[in-house]
Design a protein around this ligand. Structure first.
Ligand code: AMP
Ligand code: ZN
Ligand code: FE
Ligand code: FE
Length: 292
């Protein structure tokens, strides 16, 4: 059994990288990929621990991107792109780019605090940063709003304040989906469309339509197996994979106590059991010259 989609406390999970590796070792997982949001910090910490524990750790990341926007159009919903570096971790250029992404989120957080304060919310940046540290994001602000009694649940925090179309929404510089694909592939990685079931907008009702464009841009894989996918969803994405010659990945999207219903490797209610052949197929794709 393997898990190719997990988060540590270096982004919005609750397990430290070491705890996650130990949990994978306890389950005798044959491979683990840490896919923290916009950072390799969890992978970097986990790498020597995994080596010592005999766990095959694959370098990976989950990038937040959006579709290109034409002037006057609203922002597209966030689209997550997984990147895998099965042969070797990316070099300095890619890591520098990640630092710029993190900087843009930090600048957004400063504006977000100002906007919340202007709405009468008593909140300081430090309160969110105490929870999120290097990768403080909106989920951490949501927890502060809950703990201070402004809302009852994190979902209410998003609905009332933090969602893209809510009162305190602040835009930040985010890569487009096509830039994400290009950064991953030029950084020596493989670009994979994450949990395609979430592409909910009307133009995505047929990811088939989008897939051709993304494949032309360098997309090589699709996450057909995911905790949020029904059996019918998975069948549909396997069909897209066949049609566009994409390799298939899967994972639980484990976030520890931040998503209590989801278990490492087995997902929601034990619905996942992914074979190591997915890793072999990923490696085979990495060995093929990229289309460009
Ligand atoms: P950030 O990268 O800081 O903008 O935060 C993005 C994260 O916030 C996403 O990965 C989701 O976990 C969460 N999020 C964004 N929009 C919503 C929403 N409308 N409802 C619930 N969670 C959301
Ligand atoms: Zn996450
Ligand atoms: Fe995601
Ligand atoms: Fe994820």
């Amino acid at each position: 059994m393997i898990d190719l989609h997990t988060h540590t406390d270096q982004s919005d999970g609750t397990f430290s990288p070491g705890q996650l590796v130990q949990a994978a070792a306890a389950m005798s997982l044959e491979a683990l990929a840490i896919t923290d949001h916009d950072t390799l910090a969890g992978y970097d910490i986990a790498s020597p621990i995994a080596e010592a524990a005999g766990v095959e750790l694959i370098c990976a990341i989950e990038l937040s991107t959006r579709l290109d926007r034409h002037p006057g159009e609203p922002r597209s919903p966030s689209i997550h792109l997984l990147g895998y570096f099965p042969d070797q971790p990316p070099g300095l250029e890619f890591r520098d780019w990640l630092l710029r992404l993190q900087q843009s989120r930090r600048a957004r957080n400063v504006s977000l605090v100002a906007k919340l304060q202007s709405l009468g919310v008593d909140i300081a940046l430090e309160e969110a940063q105490a929870l999120g540290r290097n990768l403080t994001g909106r989920p951490h602000f949501a927890r502060v709003l809950v703990s201070k009694g402004y809302v009852r649940t994190t979902q209410e925090a998003f609905d009332v304040y933090l969602a893209d179309d809510a009162q305190a929404a602040v835009e930040r510089e985010e890569p487009t989906l096509l830039e994400g694909i290009q950064r991953l592939t030029t950084g020596g990685g493989l670009a994979v469309l994450a949990h395609p079931v979430r592409l909910g907008r009307p133009e995505f009702n047929r990811p088939e339509n989008l897939a051709g464009e993304l494949v032309a841009a360098g997309l090589q894989g699709i996450e057909a197996f995911h905790s949020e996918h029904s059996a019918a969803d998975t069948e549909r994405f396997l069909g897209i994979a066949r049609r566009f010659s994409l390799f298939v990945t899967g994972g639980s999207d484990f976030h520890g106590d931040n998503k209590p219903g989801i278990q490492l490797a087995t997902g929601k209610g034990g619905s996942l059991c992914l074979a190591y052949t997915l890793v072999e197929e990923m490696r085979a794709a990495a060995a093929r010259p990229a289309i460009s």
